[in-house]
Design a binder for this molecule. Structure first.
Ligand code: SF4
Length: 326
């Protein structure tokens, strides 16, 4: 296995595609084994080479807090779960203020995250305002619902350069979305020359290695430049509550496999929720988030899970990454 990991590492460095069967084999390792530790070590070494050893912060603002009729089985916003009532939206001024804060803390990306129902046109107006009022060298990301080619082009014109979108694990079963619609949005992103950020998500203990690899490869096939893994956060009262959560060791192993599987093609590998071991096993991007968070039972009034830019920078330093200056 050690030789096989070395071989995969070399292929990854050359940007070659790694066979699904090999990635599945790496995911089958016991995450506490010495082979898995070696996998983590090589993934971290690869992060040093393909990501220039740069630790980066992905800052996300959940703009509209409202129940959602799509009722995805893992999401606290699903209206059927009755977890909250009411609706709250951040004003444009509040968003701009939060963006200024994140940019001053050294965030590499600012994500404007909305539900399906906020509307792309409104999001574009907000993006233009953010670009105008907050200068800086940061990526502006949209994380919203489905859209076609025309809207994707308008997003680009509004100053958005990256879209976060995925085909999720259990899409069409744990969600009411049509798989083809999600794939069509992914194609619209690449057609408009927007960068695609795509995590394998939301991963629970019940997902097979085959499913994880299939979803991961879908992202690469759509040109993802940032990938990685997001574990499902257990929300009491949602239908998937009983399925539990991944261990931090397993999440770190999945991160290591995505790092090797992505190679030079997607140099930024993100872990969410942030994990020390996952950063030591190849993740060079972590998320700080605020506002409406589908992983929270209430609207989040500060930093989700008390994870802020200061903590992110400290963890990156401890994992040996270099940080972009603030
Ligand atoms: S994940 Fe998105 S679409 Fe699904 S219920 Fe939550 S807000 Fe709605």
């Amino acid at each position: 296995m050690i030789k096989k990991i070395d071989l995969v590492y070399n292929l990854a460095l050359e940007g070659k595609r790694i066979d699904d069967s090999i990635l599945i084999e790496l995911l089958e390792l016991d995450s506490a084994s010495k082979e898995a530790s070696y996998l983590g070590e090589k993934a971290r070494e690869l992060a040093g080479k393909v990501a220039g050893n740069k630790g980066k912060i992905w800052a996300s603002i959940g703009i509209d807090y409202q129940t959602c009729p799509m009722n995805c089985d893992f999401c606290s916003f699903g209206e059927e779960w009755n977890l909250f009532e009411g609706r709250h939206e951040w004003t444009d001024e509040e968003v701009v203020e939060q963006v200024e804060k994140y940019v001053s803390e050294g965030a590499s990306w600012i994500t404007l995250r909305t539900t399906q129902y906020y509307g792309i046109d409104r999001l574009n107006v907000l993006a233009e305002k953010v670009r105008k009022e907050v200068p800086g060298d940061y990526g502006l990301v949209a994380n919203t619902g489905e859209f076609g080619k025309l809207k994707a082009k308008e997003m680009k014109d509004a100053g958005i350069d990256t879209v976060y979108h995925t085909l999720r694990l259990g899409e069409g079963k744990d969600t009411k979305f049509n798989i083809e619609d999600r794939l069509a949005t992914l194609s619209s992103v690449s057609d408009a020359d927007l960068d695609l950020a795509y995590l394998v998500e939301p991963i629970g203990p019940e997902h097979s290695n085959e499913e994880i690899v299939k979803i991961f490869k879908t992202g690469l096939d759509h040109g993802a430049v940032l990938t990685g893994a997001m574990a499902r956060v257990l929300i009491k009262g949602t239908p998937l509550e009983d399925k539990g959560e991944l261990s931090p060791e397993r999440l770190a192993q999945i991160i290591a496999v995505t790092r090797l599987g992505a190679g030079t093609n997607a140099p930024d590998i993100c872990v969410h929720p942030p994990g020390r071991q996952a950063m030591e096993w190849g993740a060079n991007v972590v998320v700080v988030e605020t506002g409406a968070v589908p992983r929270a039972e209430k609207e989040c009034c500060g930093d989700w899970d008390k994870f802020d830019s200061k903590k992110a920078r400290k963890w990156f330093e401890e994992a040996g990454y270099d940080l972009e200056s603030k």
